[in-house]
Design a protein around this ligand. Structure first.
Ligand SMILES: [Zn+2]
Length: 179
């Protein structure tokens, strides 16, 4: 059944009505925008993704067209602390509702937990996967622990000392209690 649906040209409503699923592991080379975020080549890097179509029953109304999206990739980025390569696991998981037109989408988007998009018979779901992974990229890619010691450590230490200083209100409270 899955073979009848092409994730690059998806008939969303038919996909949801069939309760169909699609999944794959697509080489990073096929995702131009993600590729731009890559700091260094990594052999065999691929995006693992999954799409699930379903109809969501609505009390007193027509069922809504919905799709769940999950994706993950191990992306080599540049650590913003030591400037060497760091492998970041980027994961995305989101639910979408599809409606007839832009006006309905805007109205629904405000009070819906899912993201609302306009229905299409020729929907590029892999481009949506790419959007979601880009949104999920770390703002500041970095190692949990950088591989070598760094000049920035001095700065980190002074920051740590500053944050150890008692909060002014805490000091005030201690003063009052001491009375
Ligand atoms: Zn680092």
């Amino acid at each position: 059944m899955d073979k009848t649906f092409d994730p690059r040209h998806l008939d969303i409503k038919a996909f949801a009505q069939a309760g169909a699923g699609l999944q794959g592991e697509t080489p990073l080379a096929d995702w131009p925008r993600l590729l731009q975020e890559q700091f260094a080549e990594s052999a065999g890097a691929a995006v693992r993704w999954r799409l699930d179509g379903r109809m969501v029953p609505v009390t007193g109304g027509a069922a809504q067209v919905a799709m769940g999206l999950q994706a993950e990739v191990d992306l080599v980025q540049q650590c913003q602390r030591c400037l060497s390569a760091v492998v970041q696991k980027v994961e995305a998981e989101r639910d979408f509702l599809f409606v007839a037109d832009e006006a309905t989408a805007e109205a629904l988007d405000e009070d819906s937990e899912a993201d609302v998009l306009v229905l299409s018979r020729d929907f590029d779901a892999l481009s949506l996967v790419e959007d979601e992974l880009i949104l999920a990229l770390p703002l500041v890619p970095r190692h949990d622990t950088c591989p070598q010691s760094l000049p920035e450590v001095a700065e980190d230490e002074s920051f740590a000392r500053a944050s150890e200083r008692p909060h002014p209100f805490a000091a005030l409270a201690a003063l009052k209690n001491g009375r």
